[in-house]
Design a protein around this ligand. Structure first.
Ligand SMILES: C[S@@+](CC[C@H](N)C(=O)[O-])C[C@H]1O[C@@H](n2cnc3c(N)ncnc32)[C@H](O)[C@@H]1O
Length: 281
């Protein structure tokens, strides 16, 4: 398993929501405007955060397939979505939800995307993924883009990490820590040697090569000291990853982490992207 806890995903959901690039989301909403019913596939769904973020901008009847390899996260998604809805009914493994004036049907699939994504794409009007592509290898992303293109399916990819990170105030170990963090990020997370900080660029290039048209823009996390829990979790997570690389001395990591837990602010670079096959708006 990838080791993303439901607590971590819940902690970051507000930052993800605030980071969302309005222009990109608008392009996605516009593309589907007038479509009442849509079938959407969310890859690496976690606890359903991306569904909650995008659902208000799509048609009134939505059929979602939420895919993840971690059964704990799929359970968390079922629970959170049941609580989130105005009304919920579970029938034959599917969740039927009502939220405001939308009818939402959700199926869940426990599957390893390393095995292949193609079978999950059949019949989809839209594929979505949030905070996934930095875990994937460049080869996986290239193959994914080809599979999408073969079926002419649009993609809404949110929060793809782009390697930028700026803490305030600066710390002498920032560069060494970020370099080592990127080295850790590029380890194999189950989908081949991960694209890590090159995820956003790689995704764009692969989709362009497959003939897609795109709207993309920054969706940076901008976290301040007011969000102390998230700030501390980020600092501790980075310190842990860096310590696993052996690239930075333990005392330097400890000094950096204790300074960062009380940092004033951090900006972490991400990109949102809406891509659609040629010939469509
Ligand atoms: C950073 S989390 C993002 C979760 C969710 N999309 C969100 O934005 O909150 C990455 C997600 O990808 C899932 N994942 C990672 N590798 C996977 C794989 N090989 N197959 C299926 N899911 C995977 C993880 O379990 C996790 O839920």
């Amino acid at each position: 398993m990838s080791g993303f806890s439901p607590e971590w995903l819940a902690l970051r959901e507000n930052a993800d929501r605030a980071a969302c690039n309005e222009r990109v989301r608008h392009a996605c909403a516009q593309h589907f405007s007038g479509r009442e019913a849509l079938r959407i596939v969310d890859l690496g769904c976690g606890d359903g955060s991306n569904f909650r973020l995008l659902q208000p901008y799509l048609g009134r009847q939505q059929f979602w397939l939420l895919i993840d390899h971690d059964p704990r996260l799929l359970d968390a998604a079922r629970q959170r979505l049941t609580q989130w809805a105005d009304a919920a009914e579970l029938s034959e493994g599917r969740l039927h939800l009502r939220r405001e004036n939308c009818a939402l049907t959700i199926e869940f699939a426990q599957a390893d995307l390393a095995v292949g994504v193609a079978p999950w794409l059949e019949g989809a009007d839209l594929v979505t993924a949030k905070a996934l592509f930095d875990l994937c290898s460049k080869d996986w992303i290239a193959q994914f883009a080809r599979e999408l293109a073969a079926r002419a399916i649009p993609l809404m990819a949110s929060l793809s990490y782009d390697g930028r990170e700026a803490w305030q105030p600066p710390h002498p170990a920032d560069v060494a820590m970020l370099t080592a963090f990127h080295a850790h990020q590029q380890r194999d997370k189950g989908l081949g040697p991960a694209a890590g900080p090159q995820a956003a660029t790689c995704l764009r290039e692969c989709l362009a090569q497959a003939g897609y048209k795109m709207v993309h823009g920054a969706s940076d996390w901008q976290i301040t000291g007011d969000d102390a829990k998230l700030m501390a979790a980020l600092a501790q997570g980075s310190a842990q990853a860096v310590s696993e690389t052996g690239l930075v001395a333990p005392d330097v990591i400890a000094a950096w982490a204790s300074a960062r837990i009380g940092a004033l602010a951090v900006r972490i670079g991400h990109e949102d992207l809406f891509a659609h096959p040629p010939g469509r708006r």
